[in-house]
Design a protein around this ligand. Sequence first.
Ligand code: CMP
Length: 368
Amino acid sequence: MLHLAVLGAGLMAVILLSIDNIPGDLRNILRYVIWAVAVVFFVEYLLRLWTAPEASRFEDGTLAMARLRWAVSLPGLIGLLATVPVIMYLAGYRIVGADAASIFCVLWVMKLGLHAPALGTLARVVSNERAPIASVLILFFILLVIAATAAHLIERERQPEAFGSLPNALWWAVVTLTTTGYGDVVPLTAGGRMVGSVLMISGITVLAIMTGVLATGFAQEERRREYLRVWEQVARVPLFASLGVVTLSEIVGKLRTRYYPSRIVVVRRGDPGDSMFFISSGGVEVRLPSGGSVQLGEGAFFGEMALLDREPRSATVATTRPTTLLVLYASDFYEIASHIPALAEAVEIEAKRRRDENIERRPGGSKQ
Ligand code: CMP
């Protein structure tokens, strides 16, 4: 938070300083802020360099080696760029003009990237999808060159300035293909307008394909991460412990992790049941219709009765502490139950025991 606040103050000061008619007093204050931020980033860089060997990923090797490895990592290089103003000052350059300071904006704004939580995921998605992304970019380029050449041939006599050369025609093609349309260059002949129309429609199509590629890439990456997350959790549920790897991997692909804070109702009595839950960490309380309650802890499951009996939820279940649950949707449960009879049987035995217990607990209730 402090880092973000300092960064925000620095960027704001640089941006304000670039305004010409700012009063002299404020201008001085802004200069002080900029220098203070520059010094903070410089000290921060030295401290991070000093503490780099503490990071577990740099543990193997000498202190100097760990520091060097941090220094050439992306955060290290970005940190180094942010220290450039102070280094320049120490080297004897006096940066007082607003123009020089505006360069700091570029050096500092990159630090914001270190706060982006999904930047790693984005990089992985781009890397995984590099073939379709490259194809879309190539398609983009082909359209660009064909359209620019066609417009150049058709329009050059009517508008020699705008379409007389291929680079000029390419500018128009880029603006049109990206559907930006500044309107500074417009085809005037019928042929040129037809090329423009086709190009605009192609532009939308190409961008839509790119969006689709990235969106599915993100979804796949998220599914992969979820799969790994579930693998880690599944080991804590004894019901799954006896299953072979192949069977387990089939189940893992169908489970979803969900995190619940304390005192949250997970299923409510009388609601339709569409899923069952395995507790991978934390605990829940089953509030029975008879008034009593049962505590379930790590490794236990609930919500199975509604799926087996195809009836509404028989009890309300709420978390008693922060809890991680693995959710199995009804359709997946039925599918798995038909594949893995041992699992279905274990769930059914426990459901029967619970049903009997609930009957016994009812006021004046007895087993039938
Ligand atoms: P379901 O009826 O789908 O929703 C409420 C859940 O509470 C139920 O499935 C069982 O999983 C669980 N439950 C009901 N009675 C008991 C009990 N006596 N002991 C443990 N869990 C129970």
